[in-house]
Write a protein that binds this ligand. Structure first.
Ligand code: SAM
Length: 363
């Protein structure tokens, strides 16, 4: 009896979900096929009791549950089955995942299977390898496809730095946009190998486009010592990352001033060097008091010197203090502007949450 009630509830939810997804797919598929965009979002927990996220991958579906302790393993297959049927997708092309919120970012990049099966999908005139089986994330964060386009439009002739590069999508866009050089940094072998494959897939030369397997802060320190400089950068770290070596523990809420300060130090100061900084941490607050801003668009304007009296940049010192927190001096930049609305594509806009936040920092 209780089981029947359950089943009925699940079937009602499945019907609601598939109706919503069907409408969204009809609208978005038309729009995105014209732009040659294969991957887009169809549903993200829009109905409170349906804690699912549904992504379209060119005829494949990734259906995930925002899991809880008391999640019923029978629920997700019912939702996914209904969505697949509505969209006419064979169950062999439906991929089920579980997402966990909170301090789970470190685990997001861990394997859940070992197929090593990658398929190629398009985003505009670029192509990327996608793995629908082995990880929660598939190799391309589609919520940043507009930010990637912005980077491409600014990249001509620039030296571009991509920190926490993952599969190198930002670097591929920068290279396609005419970047003089790109440097992509990630601590994961898998990510670096994947980024290399993506570059090769897009005909991008690995001579001018370097891939570095390193912890970000180690890379930044080495780059500073070498005097390496950049004009354009993307800094898109996970909210948290842990490591066997406690010096490499990273918590974006605590460590972003030190991180950004070290990046600012590597940016050329004689042109409008730009850093795109992004996070998907839901309660993130940028510590504005750590920055001395020459021009600010925020409602709360920090005291600011005129551009002509731009303060001399101090020798920057970053590093972990004894209690593990990062001590930073203040960091001088010309402008910090939150550009989140511009960077969130239509399919990722929901009233409930922002998929990511993004700032443009002009140095
Ligand atoms: C949120 S993803 C970055 C997404 C990427 N910017 C993109 O657009 O595809 C986080 C990446 O950070 C890497 N990572 C985590 N901690 C790191 C660290 N301390 N140093 C370097 N890379 C790190 C992970 O391996 C993962 O590839």
């Amino acid at each position: 009896m209780a089981q029947n009630k359950h089943n009925e509830k699940y079937l009602d939810q499945a019907l609601m979900l598939s109706n919503k997804v069907k409408k969204k797919h009809k609208h978005l598929n038309k729009r995105y096929s014209k732009q040659n965009i294969d991957i887009f979002r169809l549903y993200d927990w829009d109905i409170p009791e349906i804690r699912a996220v549904v992504d379209w991958y060119s005829g494949h579906l990734v259906v995930a549950e925002y899991a809880r302790k008391n999640s019923d393993p029978a629920w997700l297959p019912v939702m996914a089955g209904a969505v697949a049927q509505t969209l006419g997708v064979d169950m062999a092309k439906v991929h089920l995942k579980k997402r966990y919120s909170g301090y789970q970012d470190g685990n997001r990049y861990e394997r859940v299977a070992h197929t090593d099966k990658k398929i190629v999908m398009s985003e505009r005139d670029l192509e990327f390898y996608i793995n629908l089986h082995d990880y929660v994330d598939t190799g391309l964060f589609s919520d940043h496809r507009n930010t990637r386009q912005m980077v491409r439009q600014m990249a001509q002739g620039k030296d571009f730095l991509n920190l926490y590069c993952y599969t190198g999508a930002f670097s591929c866009y920068a290279a396609k946009g005419g970047a003089k050089t790109t440097v992509s940094v990630d601590r994961s072998d898998t990510a670096i190998q994947w980024a290399k494959e993506n570059m090769e897939l897009n005909g991008i030369s690995l001579k001018e486009n370097t891939l570095v397997k390193a912890h970000t802060f180690d890379f930044l320190e080495k780059a500073r010592k070498k005097g390496q400089m950049f004009d354009l950068a993307v800094v898109d770290p996970p909210s948290f990352s842990s490591s066997r070596d406690s010096r490499h523990h990273f918590d974006i809420a605590r460590d972003h001033p030190a991180l950004l300060k070290s990046v600012v130090e590597l940016m050329r100061k004689d042109s409008d060097s730009t850093i795109f900084f992004s996070t998907n941490h839901q309660d993130f607050e940028l510590y504005m008091d750590k920055f001395v801003v020459g021009e600010s668009s925020g409602s709360k304007r920090p005291e600011r010197p005129e551009r002509s009296e731009k303060p001399e940049r101090s020798g920057l010192e970053t590093g972990a203090s004894e209690d593990g927190s990062f001590e930073t001096q203040r960091c001088f930049v010309r402008q910090i502007r939150e550009i989140t609305p511009m960077t969130i594509p239509e399919d990722y806009r929901t009233p409930k949450k922002k998929i990511h936040r993004c700032w443009k920092i002009i140095v």
